[in-house]
Design a protein around this ligand. Structure first.
Ligand SMILES: CC(C)(COP(=O)(O)OP(=O)(O)OC[C@H]1O[C@@H](n2cnc3c(N)ncnc32)[C@H](O)[C@@H]1OP(=O)(O)O)[C@@H](O)C(=O)NCCC(=O)NCCS
Length: 267
């Protein structure tokens, strides 16, 4: 790899990090931490501000399918570490339902503005994030649910740390249709929630990548999501991974209207 760009010297559509890159520097976690932003920046340079691929590599100019989110996902490097990986991503099963419902109830309030009344949050959780609803997502074939779990080797192995739910057949969202056209198949990244201890670990990007992959495999071309305009951390995260704001929508939380950014990314 070119040590300055993290790009392969002969195959320009290949980027790498870690040992596989064989760059002339150390293979420590500290080195990877410095190189990861370089790699992500060079990958994101292959996309325009609306998330559309604008590849600089001639053979792929017309048929580019790279996904900024997938490529910009940086999974923690553990190859040279005694420490077990902090999370593992896998599809959710019905056995996960109680744990996902617990995570959903604990974390939904974090996505709301401080002004949302407690009763409105409680009502939303009871109605839309109960075990029956979650079991429906897992079994109905219209949704894809993945969980981040603590892997073996930790005291809390098996604990569900977070979840992502992709809606593969969402209702039409006018700002999204206006941005991509009525004939484009669009999915919705409907839920992405982590327990506080799993935030800032890379688990969000890894869960997001799983949800995006499920939508791509379902033949969808774009993904949209809504997040409260007051949810600064989530907005920073989605901006970082390539979701661009294309509009606003009103979102009801237990009868209480909230304002969401509508964000869109190519798959
Ligand atoms: C949204 C969520 C999944 C993102 O996962 P995460 O692990 O926190 O994301 P990351 O740490 O990778 O990225 C968050 C970014 O926001 C930044 N950030 C943190 N707090 C912030 C704040 N108050 N204002 C602005 N940016 C903030 C972080 O520095 C980070 O950016 P950086 O990587 O450039 O430093 C997670 O925070 C979460 O579960 N939040 C509660 C539930 C929620 O809001 N879900 C989204 C509903 S749509």
């Amino acid at each position: 790899m070119d040590e300055h760009t993290m790009r392969h010297v002969r195959y320009p559509d290949v980027f790498a990090l870690g040992d596989a890159g064989s760059t002339p520097n150390s293979t420590t976690g500290a080195a990877v931490r410095k190189r990861a932003p370089v790699l992500v920046e060079n990958l994101l340079a292959e996309f325009d501000y609306s998330g559309r691929p604008t590849p600089s590599i001639p053979p792929h100019r017309d048929a580019a399918r790279p996904c900024a989110v997938r490529l910009a996902t940086v999974v923690p490097m553990t190859a040279h570490s005694e420490t077990p990986a902090p999370f593992r991503i896998r599809p959710a099963t019905l056995e996960d339902v109680p744990a996902v419902a617990r995570v959903a109830a604990l974390t939904f309030p974090d996505a709301c503005p401080p002004t949302t009344p407690q009763e409105a949050k409680d009502e939303h959780i009871a109605r839309n994030l109960n075990q029956q609803v979650i079991a429906g997502w897992i079994t109905d074939g219209r949704h894809a649910v993945h969980v981040a779990v603590r892997p073996e080797g930790h005291d809390d192995a098996g604990t569900v740390l977070g979840y992502v739910m992709a809606d593969l057949a969402p209702e039409e969202e006018p700002d999204v249709t206006a941005a991509v056209g009525a004939d484009v198949r669009v999915g919705c990244l409907s839920k992405l929630y982590l327990l506080p201890e799993a935030r800032g670990t890379g688990a969000a990007a890894a869960l997001l990548a799983a949800g995006m992959a499920a939508m791509r495999e379902h033949g969808l071309a774009h993904a949209w999501l809504g997040t409260s305009v007051a949810n600064h951390r989530a907005n920073a995260f989605y901006e970082k991974v390539g979701f661009r704001t294309v509009g606003r929508r009103r979102f009801m939380v237990g009868g209480n209207p909230e304002e969401d950014n509508v964000r869109l990314a190519a798959l």
